[in-house]
Design a binder for this molecule. Structure first.
Ligand code: TPP
Ligand code: SF4
Ligand code: MG
Length: 344
């Protein structure tokens, strides 16, 4: 009899330590693939699950944090309000890694204001939008990302132009913007890893098909359309700090490296297009071109690893605010006197 030895990561945990509860989403839902890639990314990066806090709003997508990282902290809040909850918690404990999961309805419809204000503050967090063009949980109404002319059985024809989440993030001064496709799990995983190492809001707009309400072959959020029209900008690989030495393996072909704050590196291997993800105009242009030419452009659209984060703007003390005790917080009698004098 052979012993089955379960693979463990650098902190001695197995993949099972990163799983969540059994998913109650529809089999084949793109959101399940994304949950599986969050599990793999955190396992492979050897992040302790107890150092992660998950936030979400309302929707099938927002239910999905229950289905990954069950040992992590989490809060499933109100529709469209995930950003403000995440911001409050992260501010109190800057040592936690924050993962927010939202939907296209949750972010681009009811939550658009919160989304825009979060990214201009550049809170360090991973912000995943599981984008299917519909409100899946409430049975398939058009969301703000549904394409104009989309015809669905019970909804009729969508008359409105869509909101592009990646474009909104770019013009809102996001420091990390990526687009991916649940039908390309390897790319989703590498982008999640890079996002977890980014010091700022990392927006991942992931096309995540709803197989129950929006998966006709010709619709822009379906598996079929995505597979036929995906146009990756590059092959992407995340290289952790302790392994930067293996970068040599990537030296063939044309590559671009982007160094992240924690010493890790994102390696982008050029495909057929010339593309620099540190050029915001190029990012906006590629999204326009993609729309005109019917490409599902995927990959790291834009990154600025040096953009100050909320923690820099606020000049926070090193010790997390939730671990500062009353004695440290209370001003001395002399300081209090000085403040009081200043009020006369
Ligand atoms: C304040 C408020 N308005 C409306 C609803 C009803 N509602 C629940 S989920 C949802 C949309 C979810 O869509 P999306 O974020 O795209 O998630 P999906 O289910 O498609 O993953 C809506 C409108 C609600 N729960 N709360
Ligand atoms: S209704 Fe759509 S979005 Fe919701 S779980 Fe089913 S496939 Fe996923
Ligand atoms: Mg949706």
């Amino acid at each position: 009899m052979t012993d089955i030895i379960e693979e463990t990561n650098a902190i001695g945990l197995a993949r099972a330590d990163y799983q969540g509860l059994r998913s109650t989403l529809c089999p084949g839902c793109g959101h399940n693939t994304i949950s599986a890639q969050i599990v793999r990314a955190c396992f492979e990066m050897s992040i302790s699950p107890e150092r992660i806090v998950k936030f979400s709003g309302i929707g099938c997508s927002s239910k999905s944090p229950t289905y990954f990282l069950k040992r992590s902290f989490g809060f499933n809040g109100l529709h469209g309000r995930m950003p403000s909850m995440a911001l409050g918690a992260a501010f109190a404990d800057t040592t936690m890694k924050v993962i927010g999961v939202s939907g296209d309805g949750d972010t681009a419809s009811i939550g658009l204001g919160q989304f825009k204000h979060l990214i201009r503050r550049n809170l360090p967090m991973v912000y995943i939008v599981e984008n299917n063009g519909v409100y899946g949980l409430t049975k398939g109404q058009f969301s703000a990302t549904a394409e104009q002319g989309l015809e669905l059985k019970r909804q009729g024809v969508n008359p409105f132009l869509p909101i592009d989440i990646a474009k909104e993030a770019l013009i809102g001064n996001a420091s990390f913007v990526a687009r991916s496709f649940a039908g390309d799990p390897a790319q989703v995983r590498e982008l999640i890893k890079a996002a977890l190492s980014h010091r700022g809001t990392a927006v991942l707009d992931i096309i995540s098909p709803c197989v129950s309400f929006n998966n006709r072959e010709d619709t822009l959020h379906s598996y079929q359309w995505g597979r036929q029209h995906q146009a990756p900008l590059h092959d992407i690989a995340y290289v952790p700090r302790r392994k930067t030495i293996i970068l040599k393996e990537f030296q063939e072909g044309e590559i671009k490296e982007v160094a992240l704050h924690d010493g890790s590196v994102v390696v982008l291997k050029k495909l057929d297009k010339e593309y620099d993800p540190q050029d915001k105009w190029q990012a906006l242009k590629i999204l326009e071109d993609a729309e005109k030419n019917n490409w599902l452009v995927t990959g790291l659209l834009y990154i600025n690893p040096e953009q100050p984060s909320l923690y820099d703007f606020m000049d926070l003390v090193e010790r997390p605010l939730n671990r500062i005790n009353a004695e440290d917080l209370r001003p001395s009698p002399e300081t209090l006197d000085k403040i009081n004098q200043g009020m006369y």
